[in-house]
Write a protein that binds this ligand. Structure first.
Ligand code: GLP
Length: 260
């Protein structure tokens, strides 16, 4: 894993956007996996700016979102459909028919999930998957004890994750119990993974994911198995890493051709 520590979330968001822009410039029909949550907001803001100011062209990309709540209307303000519209899709020239967000309102969920996996494969696989991380180490909505080989499926949220989402829904009792999420196996199939984590409250789980054992109790620790995973952290999120100085030293001495 490559760990890059930036001074703050804005700087990390800019670097993440530059990395994604480089993928799109290199491969205009790239397949990109997008996350939600508060963490990627500065990253999306940068992508929108790059589209407006530098003409970054999204017209040929295909997108797959990580997850969505079950049985939640797409226009519900807390839905990830609404989130993506608000933060990215409403502001860039992405082709509507190449946007894929899990449909939590699907009538037959198991067959819909198989179709989602097929759609990723048919699109050629995900070139770059961007991720956040939950305080319990979940990626997408793969809660602790998710199989490290899991594929897109329905999951039940933990009480804590439902609590964490209470504000968006106007109360914990309004947060759905169920979600659809790409599996950990689905995520690991991506050619490149970029995980963003900001703030002191992520420091402990980031350290467990990067420097702890690979375990289903910390789903993000499965990323240690992936050959091209980059973690982009701000200083507070990096505070518990025992090898932070080494990660900084590696980044400072990257060969020019490897720079983002
Ligand atoms: C939700 C999302 C995850 C995200 C996590 C962290 O659970 N399903 O994909 O990583 O929230 O959210 P935040 O970035 O707001 O800390």
């Amino acid at each position: 894993m490559e760990v890059i520590i930036q001074p703050d979330a804005a700087a990390a968001g800019l670097l993440a956007a530059r990395m994604v822009a480089a993928v799109i410039k290199d491969k205009p029909h790239a397949v990109i996996g997008f996350p939600t949550g508060s963490t990627p907001i500065p990253f999306y803001a940068r992508l929108v700016r790059m589209h407006r100011e530098d003409g970054l062209d999204f017209s040929r990309i295909t997108t797959f979102n990580l997850d969505e709540f079950v049985a939640l209307a797409h226009d519900h303000p807390a839905s990830y459909h609404a989130y993506m519209e608000k933060h990215l899709f409403g502001h860039v020239n992405v082709a509507r028919d190449r946007i894929h967000i899990p449909d939590g309102t699907a009538a037959d969920i198991p067959s819909y999930c198989r179709q989602y996996e097929d759609d990723i494969r048919t699109a050629g696989g995900i070139d770059i998957q961007i991720l956040g991380i939950g305080p319990d180490g979940h990626i997408g909505f793969n809660e602790p004890t998710s199989s490290l080989g899991s594929r897109t499926r329905i999951k039940t949220l933990t009480l804590q994750t439902r609590r964490d989402n209470a504000a968006e829904f106007g109360g914990e009792d309004k947060v759905p119990f169920h979600v659809l999420t790409m599996g950990i196996g689905t995520i690991l199939d991506s050619r490149m993974i970029l995980l963003l984590a900001f703030g002191a409250k992520k420091a402990e789980i980031v350290a467990r994911a990067v420097e702890g054992p690979i375990t289903a109790l910390v789903p993000a620790s499965a990323l240690q198995l992936h050959p091209r995973t980059v973690l982009l952290l701000d200083e507070p999120a990096a505070a518990r890493l025992t090898k932070a100085d080494y990660y900084r030293y590696v980044y400072e001495h990257k060969p020019d051709w490897q720079n983002y």
